[in-house]
Design a protein around this ligand. Structure first.
Ligand code: T68
Length: 840
């Protein structure tokens, strides 16, 4: 094959087999060895597993670069309409395996690596995952980037390059301990810094109102601090396409000329201090997934990345010689929750103050640019900033928000005359006590589309959380049910099942998940069932080996793998799962010979470091596990495992090995859930409430293939309204009482009756999330699960149908809906020949 002489004839075979672009096994092998030598400076005798990982990562990055550069060149030449996905979190997970899948060279590389005496799986293990997100919201953003690239939609993800992502979770004496996530420690082969596109961001200070030389009234922001944003780009490859889009994350640095005066006057430490302050902005991800604490640094982070991104987009627009008036034609910006909602005020400021546009033109462009996705119904999660704090950081934006609010409330007055309480409910400023800026209201007013993330969630938004806005702007509201990428969560993580499915229905399902439906024809085929079961069994064995290695617990792969893996939160009700476990344990203690379908209860998830109750639930799980796993009476029928440090990597091991997926949130609390989709795609059956996307999953798979329990959202509201008394359930349900008493008695805490008292008391006296109300229904439903599992043919049939009917929950479907109904954007095909790059 030809080497580097291909620029002369970009279309010749030699170009495609270039040492940095070629995909044949021999070229890949040579590239790997070259990188090991020239980039890592190592050869076999000295190389560590990490060196091998890096060498392979760079060899693969070379293949991406060709696609990436071509993609950028074509988008630029065509001035393509582009989606900008603004998100404070992108929970990407490891890149290498996913890129091999999307390049469709996984098997070749695995083979080539094996021929060199190495193991691809071990190299993949080396990658530190970029955990730049908390949970569902950040992972959704990552799935959406995958689908955008796969569907060939021009798009940019914009966010923050946190130096420390979500903390690593250790368990000490049953308690969660947080360790900083130093994911950049060994360098990041997937990113390229673009210092030439750095931008300046102002902070603090005050505004000046003045009359300019032409006699025009103007406003100037006089900041007291300035930071530089440096973009770091990561290529996002589509599956089996040439498209490679960009994830652009910003790092904060002190400006070049930082505190020049302090420096000159000998205040070296003062000058360096400023540098530290600036760099703190992108230092660490806030580990809260549910509450807004009103911390100034958090608002600074949000403003920082939003300002950087909008300035970057203006640079792109100007570079393509398009006028600012076309901003909304060039870009569709999606706000991933309210974290980037300050963008509404920032775009107004940029257009008016910096580019001298009129208020009305700027507002029209702004509203046509933004769309807002809401991810929560929890009132404590709705972001609001104390007005004083807001004004001290963003004085100009506060003025803009006041002006917006005056105009907005005038509109409300016209539509709903003489309704003062409506005005105060809808105002962008909460004035009921201490004054706050309400970010969800800003997002609603500044966007042309507002969406929830599952059908039920969107309905509840319209009826409750955003009721007034729905009345004001009914046409803005839409539903966009979440989805997940089958590339990472099936093809990469469950290769055996992927192969079986492909052997029956071909491989087009990978990009068109609806085709999985063809599997229904096989659901009762004994041989297929047998193969399906064997694969699940092998996946369970792998997880069992992982559990033995990391927890020292031996679990039975023939038992039901009953898994609850997600962030810890009271509304997600991990505690209800525990009450079931303790109930089964009590039954065994009362009757040691009782017949119980053997189960392995597996938990995974992190708690926000300041969330006491969530951390206590983790401690309780580990305490219950200690007792049950050791008790000889249990005779292996029950095992309880807490897997530490649940992250994308671990999730990829867990979903393929699950029999039962626990989706047991209080109805009306979980906006959608996405783990529910990943479990079902991998053939797990769901036990769940009518909450979030569970409702639609049940619709798709059929009620007879879903274990439903619990109150509906409506029943929960009614119960709350009529005065819910959890004590009544405690008093009237003997098994429930026994379970709670066992926890309260100190049985799981070496006789300490204080330790879990807060948990028991919160159920008996408040039970905000209706665990006791749903307890019996849950226990009965679990009984049905146990019975169903005993009939393996029936279970396998249900499992196959669950996977076969997951078509709707591909993130490709979600993204197609966003493209058609919100963004109005079309695919652009990328060819590797004939582009500017290869012609140069
Ligand atoms: C989740 N939200 C929803 N929030 O809880 C889940 N919040 O139902 C849904 O499926 C998912 O979003 C995707 O739509 C979150 O994950 C956060 O992580 C978060 C982070 C910071 C502040 C607030």
């Amino acid at each position: 094959t030809l080497q580097y002489n291909s620029f002369e004839d970009p279309r010749c075979e030699g170009y495609l087999e270039d040492g940095r672009t070629g995909m044949s096994p021999s070229t890949l092998k040579r590239a790997f060895l070259n990188n090991l030598f020239y980039v890592q400076g190592k050869f076999k005798a000295l190389a560590t597993p990490n060196d091998y990982y890096m060498a392979l990562a760079y060899a693969i990055r070379d293949r991406l670069l060709q696609r990436w550069i071509n993609t950028a060149a074509i988008y630029t030449a065509q001035g393509s309409r582009t989606v900008a996905y603004f998100s404070a979190e992108f929970l990407m997970g490891p890149h290498l395996g996913n890129n091999l899948i999307n390049l469709d060279i996984y098997k070749d590389v695995e083979k080539g690596i094996a021929e060199m005496g190495l193991n691809l799986g071990e190299l993949l293990e080396q990658e530190e995952e970029p955990g730049l997100g908390n949970g569902g919201l950040g992972r959704l953003a990552a799935c959406y980037l995958d689908s955008l690239a796969t569907l060939e939609i021009p798009s940019l993800g914009y966010g923050i390059r946190y130096e420390f992502g979500i903390f690593d979770q250790e368990i000490e004496d049953g308690w969660q301990v947080e360790i900083t996530d130093k994911w950049l420690r060994f360098g990041n082969p997937w990113e390229i810094a673009r210092p030439e596109w750095a931008v300046e961001v102002k902070l603090g200070g005050h505004t000046d109102h003045y009359v300019d030389d032409h006699g025009r009234y103007r406003i100037r922001w006089v900041p007291d601090q300035q930071v530089t944003g440096i973009p770091y780009d990561t290529p996002i490859l589509g599956c089996q396409t040439n498209t490679a889009n960009t994830l652009r994350l910003w790092t904060a640095e002190a400006p070049e000329s930082f505190n020049f005066n302090a420096f000159n006057s000998g205040d070296y430490l003062g000058a360096v201090y400023e540098k530290v302050v600036s760099e703190n902005i992108s230092k660490v991800l806030y580990p809260n997934d549910d509450s807004s604490q009103g911390k100034k640094l958090r608002l600074t982070q949000q403003y920082f990345f939003v300002s950087c991104s909008l300035q970057d987009m203006i640079r792109i627009l100007v570079g393509q010689e398009l006028p600012l008036e076309k901003f909304h034609e060039k870009f569709a910006v999606q706000l991933n929750d309210t974290h980037p909602a300050i963008a509404v005020a920032e775009l107004m400021r940029l257009l008016i103050d910096m580019h001298h546009m009129s208020w009305d033109s700027a507002w029209s462009i702004t509203q046509r640019t933004f769309a807002y996705t809401n991810h929560t119904l929890l009132p404590e999660a709705l972001e609001r900033w104390p007005v004083e704090l807001f004004g001290s950081l963003l004085p100009r934006h506060l003025e803009i928000i006041y002006e917006l609010n005056d105009r907005f409330l005038d509109e409300v007055r016209i539509k709903f005359p003489e309704d003062d309480s409506r005005l105060s409910r809808m105002s962008l400023i909460d004035e009921s006590g201490e004054r706050y800026v309400r970010m969800a209201h800003l997002a609603c007013v500044g966007s042309h589309a507002i969406n929830g993330v599952a059908a039920l969630h969107t309905e509840l938004l319209k009826q409750d959380v955003l009721y007034d806005f729905y009345q004001m702007y009914p046409g803005k509201f839409q539903n966009k049910t979440n989805g997940v990428t089958p590339r990472r969560f099936m093809v990469l993580s469950n290769p055996a099942l992927t192969e079986l499915v492909t052997s029956k229905i071909g491989d087009t399902w990978i990009k068109n998940l609806g085709e999985l439906q063809k599997l229904e024809a096989w659901a009762d085929n004994p041989e297929f069932q047998q193969q399906w079961r064997q694969i699940k069994q092998a996946n369970k064995q792998e997880l069992a080996a992982y559990i033995q290695k990391h927890n020292g617990i031996i679990v039975d792969p023939n038992s039901i793998f009953d898994i609850l893996a997600k962030r810890f939160h009271e509304y997600k009700r991990q505690y209800l799962d525990l009450l079931h476990i303790v109930t089964l344990y009590n039954r065994i203690k009362a009757n040691p010979d009782i017949e119980i379908t053997p189960r392995t209860f597996i938990f995974g998830g992190k708690a926000a470091p300041g969330y006491f109750m969530a951390k206590l639930i983790i401690k309780l799980i580990n305490s219950v596990a200690d007792v049950i796993n050791r008790d000889p009476d249990v005779r292996g029928r029950l095992k309880v495992v807490f897997l530490k440090n649940y992250n994308v990597k671990l999730a990829q091991r867990i979903y393929p090995a699950a029999d039962l997926s626990e989706q047991i949130s209080t109805a009306g609390k979980e906006a959608s859930g996405t783990g529910n989709m990943k479990f079902a795609l991998n053939g797990a059956l769901t036990i769940g409430t009518l909450d979030g996307a569970n409702v639609e999953i049940r619709e798709e798979v059929g009620a007879e293939n879903f274990f439903l329990f619990g109150l509906t959202a409506e029943q929960v509201y009614a119960k709350r309204a009529s005065g819910y008394n959890p004590m009544e359930y405690y008093n009237s349900n003997a098994e429930l009482r026994l379970a709670l008493d066992r926890i309260a008695s100190g049985f799981f805490s070496h006789g300490d009756t204080e330790l879990f008292k807060p948990l028991v008391d919160s159920l008996l006296h408040h039970d905000q999330y209706f665990l006791l109300a749903d307890y019996q229904s849950y226990i009965d439903c679990q009984e049905q699960v146990g019975l169903a599992y005993r009939d393996q043919d029936r279970w396998t049939h249900m499992s196959i149908l669950n996977a076969a009917r997951m078509g709707k929950f591909s993130s490709d479907r979600s993204i197609q809906d966003y493209c058609r109904e919100i963004w109005k954007v079309e695919p652009v095909t990328i060819t590797l020949e004939n582009s500017e790059v290869t012609d140069s």
